[in-house]
Write a protein that binds this ligand. Sequence first.
Ligand SMILES: *Cc1c(COP(=O)(O)O)cnc(C)c1O
Length: 231
Amino acid sequence: MEQIAARVHAVRARIDAACAAAGRPVGSVELLPVSKTRPVADIVAAHAAGCSRFGENKAQEAHAKALELAGIPGLEWVMIGHLQSNKAKVVAEFASEFQGLDSVPLAAELDRRLQAAGRRLDVLIQVNSSGEESKFGLPPAEVAGFAAALTPFDALRVRGLMTLALPSPDTEQVAACFLRMQQVQRELREAALPGQSYDELSMGMSGDFELAIAHGATVVRIGTAIFGARG
Ligand SMILES: *Cc1c(COP(=O)(O)O)cnc(C)c1O
């Protein structure tokens, strides 16, 4: 438990240093701890170290944790990565944000479920910035058209973009993914669709978050550097 707190503080220090190195204000990058597969005790430990939003990638698991920790005020649950449409109902019930929207049918289903629940959901559009076939997300060239198709869904608040960069030791190739994200963000800002904003760039994980911060990330999603290796 103390180890988790120590790692939260260490990651925060690295985020602050990366902000300073990039000439960005300290505090301009959100640390989103990714607690998938981890027990609720780990979440409680990270919460004690100052974290209140947690990233999860499986709807059922996240919902169970949300129920179990409902007694802690102010906890928020962020779904990250690809989501199947049949999970839209449960996500609409408890999540505060979804970083991984990549299809119109999923958007329609989420909107329908959110309207029924009287809730709204912040969403980030997932972009396949690496071009790998195995990756979810939209090709960069299709993001603007996709964003336009989301405007009828007013329970969804588009706030930016999310990506997983190429997992590679070649920092130039990883940086190229982040630069593509900035390019897509510029295109969206020019299109300026009603009700949407694109300020959030969720990019960077345990292995590449400093590089992501150097390229404009506003949210970094950190699992193993805080909670240790997943079993
Ligand atoms: C698991 C996961 C992370 C965290 O990855 P680490 O390398 O453990 O920091 C970030 N983003 C997504 C979408 C994930 O599924």
